[in-house]
Design a protein around this ligand. Structure first.
Ligand code: PRP
Ligand code: URA
Length: 210
């Protein structure tokens, strides 16, 4: 089955991805690049948000302007997703944005995700933007989505920085309604379920905990 994922292939994304992947990039620059890629990714991922018309007076005349007409619930998956949060929130100053948090951690041996924290605002009828930089086996994202979809959001958009074909296929199969956007679709997972070529452990590189 063809993978349903949109790769945001902007030259600035490609350039930043080269730096993010580089093993010598230090945490401070890694955090800056994470914000930069997230901005470019989320602009594309939210291209189809609804707008409504509203008259606005310029100094010269009245114009039928358009304002964003959706309430966005941003949900970063802790801990690495936190590195993407500020860039998302800063893009949406004029509509109400609320933030929910999900803490998920993969077992180092089995790669199975378990939840250790959950605080979500009401999401019924809302557009949920789930952010997690790495989609590897898809276990963490599927865990998150299995808590989100029963609450009847209008849409769920997933923004990841690096994805693996295995994880995309799993999410496509289990949650075909989830719209996936990423900066890179990599080759495969290794035997420890790390993405190849990937960039290593995102959370460790973001927070200098290697
Ligand atoms: C990483 C990453 C994803 C998950 C992806 O988190 O941020 O949440 O792994 O892997 P999966 O698709 O196989 O579930 P990790 O569990 O290492 O936790 P961290 O963010 O706290 O470092
Ligand atoms: N989580 C990461 O941080 N990196 C991977 O390659 C896979 C999961």
């Amino acid at each position: 089955m063809e993978l349903q994922v949109q790769v945001v292939d902007h030259p600035l994304v490609r350039h930043s991805m080269a730096q993010l992947r580089n093993r010598h990039t230090p945490p401070e620059l890694f955090r800056t690049l994470t914000r930069r890629v997230t901005t470019l990714l989320v602009i594309e991922a939210t291209r189809s948000l609804r707008t409504r018309r509203q008259p606005v007076e310029t100094p010269l005349e009245t114009v039928q302007a358009q304002l964003l007409d959706e309430h966005l619930v941003v949900v970063p998956i802790l801990r690495a997703g936190l590195g993407m949060l500020d860039a998302v929130v800063e893009l949406f100053p004029d509509i109400s944005v609320s933030i929910g948090y999900l803490g998920l951690e993969r077992d180092e041996e089995t790669a199975e995700a378990s939840i250790y924290y959950s605080k979500l605002p009401p999401i019924e009828g809302k557009t949920v933007l789930l952010v997690d930089p790495m989609l590897a086996t898809g276990g963490s994202v599927c865990h998150a989505l299995s808590g989100i979809f029963p609450q009847h959001p209008q849409r769920v958009i997933l923004a990841c920085i690096v994805t693996a074909p295995e994880g995309v296929a799993t999410v496509n199969q289990r949650f075909p309604q989830a719209e996936i956007f990423c900066a890179a679709l990599d080759r495969e997972l290794n035997s420890r379920n790390y993405i190849l070529p990937g960039l290593g452990d995102f959370g460790d590189r973001l927070y200098g905990t290697i």
